[in-house]
Design a binder for this molecule. Structure first.
Ligand SMILES: Cc1ncc(COP(=O)(O)O)c(C=O)c1O
Length: 380
């Protein structure tokens, strides 16, 4: 390379808005292949409990639907996702004009920020809530109002309501929340929605809803019918086992849905993802199996944490947040030792929780491998 062409790392060649330059990179769970390379391990022996995926993998019904749809991939997908929307509309008994499809529900969160937020406006969300909220807000040049969490690391809805400013246009609520696994009762959410000014749009992110005990679930489409400023976000990435295909959707009244769709790229959900999602949504047996595997795995993990006298946050999702030490390097240290043992979990220092690890609930033998490696890692 000639001198003239050499990159100058300290100067900016390209112009970009300050809020874009300042965006932190999203830190994903380490892929198995990367850990295998880094630590010289056989990828087949590595256990990944880092990204809240379904340990059962994808449902066989979805796999078959993908095979059947393969021949259609030479053409663009249906930009309006008619068949998938029809399936979702029937599930909630809502019109198709109330549905937005997303490339994962991450896409829905970004569409909401793009549609309802801009420079000079703000969004409210809780400390220790999903890391994409601050990214989506900053990416559109808006201001984040981060509300301190409760002592149990959950959302403080009263404080969130009090934090709403004149320029606030969006509120994110995750229920259950990631990475804490905390849960808000339907009554608490309902009174929050009732007290909100209608200029403020609420995104209720229910990525982990299917893991709730049936008696804790609330049919949030009922709230959507009452509140034109509510967007409920759901995903096929967790309990439905389709994380790699990227499908999510939003439920909202027609006006909010129309706005979300105006900022959506037309072909954001691909042919195979649409076909697989339809099959997965109809596969009630797979969902039931997922639920019971998760309950059993949760009991297995928390029994071990109790034996090891580790503090954990009671979780309503498919993961558990556990405190692995008192010093600020505890999470990183224990994580590194677990990686050397071939177990991938998620350090959450980027959430401001450097003493904690988030552990996704796996199959029995996967949880057992983590439980096996943990005592040594704690001593590291
Ligand atoms: C609370 C929450 N919302 C949304 C998402 C986004 O998931 P996806 O884009 O795979 O639907 C996640 C993923 O971890 C999450 O934890």
């Amino acid at each position: 390379m000639t001198k003239a062409l050499a990159a100058k790392p300290s100067s900016h060649l390209l112009s970009a808005a300050e809020h874009v330059r300042g965006l932190p990179a999203y830190v994903a769970g380490k892929p198995i292949a990367e850990v295998a390379r880094e630590f010289g391990l056989d990828p087949n022996t590595i256990i990944k409990l880092a990204s809240n995926e379904n340990p059962l993998g994808m449902p066989a019904s979805a796999k078959q639907a993908i095979i059947d749809a393969l021949d259609e991939t030479g053409r663009y997908p249906d930009a309006n996702g008619f068949d998938l929307k029809e399936t979702i509309a029937a599930k909630y008994d809502v019109p198709m004009s109330w549905l937005t499809l997303g490339n994962g529900s991450n896409d829905i969160l970004e569409l909401a920020a793009r549609a309802f937020l801009g420079a000079g406006q703000s969004a409210v969300f809780s400390q220790f809530s999903f890391v994409v909220y601050p990214l989506a807000v900053q990416a559109v040049g808006a201001r984040a109002i981060v509300v301190p969490a409760t002592d149990g690391l959950g959302h403080d809805l009263d404080a969130m309501r009090a934090a709403i400013a004149q320029d606030t246009r969006l509120v994110f609520i995750a229920n259950p929340n990631n990475p804490t696994g905390t849960f808000l009762t339907p009554a608490a959410i309902e009174s929050f929605l009732n007290a909100l000014p209608s200029r403020v749009v609420v995104v209720l992110d229910e990525a982990y809803n299917e893991y709730l005990e049936p008696e804790l679930r609330f049919e949030s489409s009922i709230w959507v019918r009452r509140h034109p400023n509510l967007i409920v976000s759901r995903t096929l990435s967790k309990a439905y086992g389709l994380a790699g295909l990227r499908v999510g959707y939003a439920l909202a009244q027609a006006e909010a849905t129309d706005l979300l769709n105006r900022v959506r790229q037309p072909f954001n959900v691909n042919v195979l993802a649409q076909a697989a999602a339809i099959a997965a949504l109809k596969d009630h047996a797979f969902l039931a199996r997922t639920y019971s595997v998760n309950r059993a795995g949760y009991a297995q993990l928390v029994a071990a944490f109790e034996r090891l006298h580790l503090r954990y946050i009671p979780s309503f999702g498919n993961f558990v947040l556990v405190k692995v030490g008192e010093d600020v390097r505890a999470g990183e240290r224990v994580n590194l030792s677990l990686l050397k043992s071939g177990v991938i979990v998620r350090p959450v220092g980027n959430y401001g929780l450097p003493q904690w690890l988030r552990i996704s609930i796996g199959l029995e033998h996967e949880n057992a491998a983590l439980i096996d490696a943990l005592p040594r890692a704690l001593e590291s």
